[in-house]
Design a protein around this ligand. Structure first.
Ligand code: TRP
Length: 369
């Protein structure tokens, strides 16, 4: 079977080294110290970039910069979605202005989901969890693609830009970037380009400035398109976009964690019993078939999903993580032990988070409802 890898569908195993080569990304290395204090960068969960230098200079010189992202409001908000939010919070603390597009028009055009449904899911699942995880409303703008602003000038500039962009791309370029493409997807990708570029307009931040778009690697076609097209437009001028790429959170059975496959994810509002059941029953194990063999040969933490959840989300202490890695590999720690540690870590985190989520859902309603 041929693997599928495009902005709207990812199936099969992912080789990140190959992706870097194929897309022409740069590996992330030599980051400032403050980045290395964050596990996402230290453990190379955010592993590649395009033109991040511009953003690093802005941070260093205390100059304004924007971090822009969009959310596709479908399904449940799950632990995999935390990867992006943690980056937004990190940059917000470093002084970034945050822009978040609720991709309701994209959900309509690419998945046939109504705008009302998107609004509801965006509020109850996504935005509430963003706030509960610690994103601040100050210096943060959240909007729907279908309703950019009550200010007509701003709205006009955003939708106008989408139209200006259309003039600067050919149908063959669309096909080269996306493969199979429909008019709905074409419109969605031009709107996403406007999402990424419009902060630089006079009506928004007022002038060209660094804009960083942190994404999962499947979104790179959108970036390639926006980067190419933006540099063909003479007025207004756009500073080239910067982007970073994070790995996909491993799904319970391996592969990508996906909101459309309930057996692949742990939702942020799963109960302790559900978390326990999901990890015990579905989390792919790198252990041996029998306890005897496991003690003798040891397990493989690199493919073990419980271990990966500790590495990516739930064990910030490098020493403790290394210890678990070593013991599992030596067979001293069994799959059962490892799963027990993971379940406990997740449930401890959820206990606090779910309390915050109740409050955040009310806040989100007030802010965006
Ligand atoms: N296409 C993105 C997704 O499927 C959502 C999105 C819309 C987006 N506009 C964006 C992502 C701008 C990054 C930047 O999740």
């Amino acid at each position: 079977m041929k693997d599928t890898f495009n902005p709207w569908e990812v199936l099969g195993d992912i080789d990140y080294g190959k992706l870097i080569k194929k897309f022409g990304l740069k590996e992330l290395e030599e980051l400032p110290k403050i980045f290395m204090e964050n596990v996402l960068f230290r453990r190379k969960i955010v592993f590649a970039h395009r033109d991040i230098q511009r953003v690093l200079e802005a941070i260093h010189g205390k100059k304004p910069f924007v971090v822009m992202t969009g959310l596709m409001p479908t399904g449940k908000f799950h632990i995999g979605h935390m990867l992006l939010v943690q980056q937004l919070i990190f940059y917000q603390e470093l002084g970034a202005k945050i822009y978040i597009a609720v991709a309701d028009l994209e959900a309509y055009n690419a998945r046939g989901q109504s705008l009302e449904e998107s609004r509801k899911i965006a509020l109850e699942e996504y935005i509430s969890n963003y706030f509960a995880l610690g994103l601040k409303k100050k210096n943060c703008e959240i909007y729907s693609q279908s309703d950019r602003s009550e200010d007509g000038k701003k709205s006009g500039a955003y939708y106008g830009l989408q139209n200006l962009l259309a003039r600067h791309i050919t149908f063959n370029e669309f096909k080269a970037v996306y493969g199979e493409i429909t008019p709905g997807k074409m419109v969605a990708s031009l709107l996403q380009a406007s999402d990424m570029l419009h902060p630089q307009l006079r009506e928004f931040e007022g002038k060209p400035l660094p804009v960083l778009v942190p994404v999962g690697a499947d979104q790179d076609p959108h970036l390639r398109l926006a980067r190419d097209v933006s540099q063909r437009i003479k007025t207004p001028r756009f500073m080239q976009l910067s982007s970073t790429y994070h790995i996909f959170a491993p799904g319970l059975g391996g592969g990508k964690m996906s909101a459309s496959d309930p057996n692949s994810f742990i939702a942020m509002d799963d109960s302790p019993e559900v978390v326990k059941k999901k990890i015990n029953k579905y989390a792919f194990s790198g252990g041996q078939a029998t306890l005897e063999e496991h003690r003798k040969l040891g397990g493989n933490p690199d493919v073990d999903v419980s271990y990966q959840y500790l590495r990516v989300f739930f064990e910030p202490d490098d020493k403790k993580l290394e210890e678990i890695y070593r013991l599992y590999k030596q067979g001293e720690l069994t799959t059962g032990d490892l799963k027990k540690i993971t379940i406990e870590k997740i449930n401890n985190f959820f206990k606090v988070h779910q309390r915050k989520l109740v409050k955040a859902r009310k806040e989100a309603e007030k802010y965006f409802g």
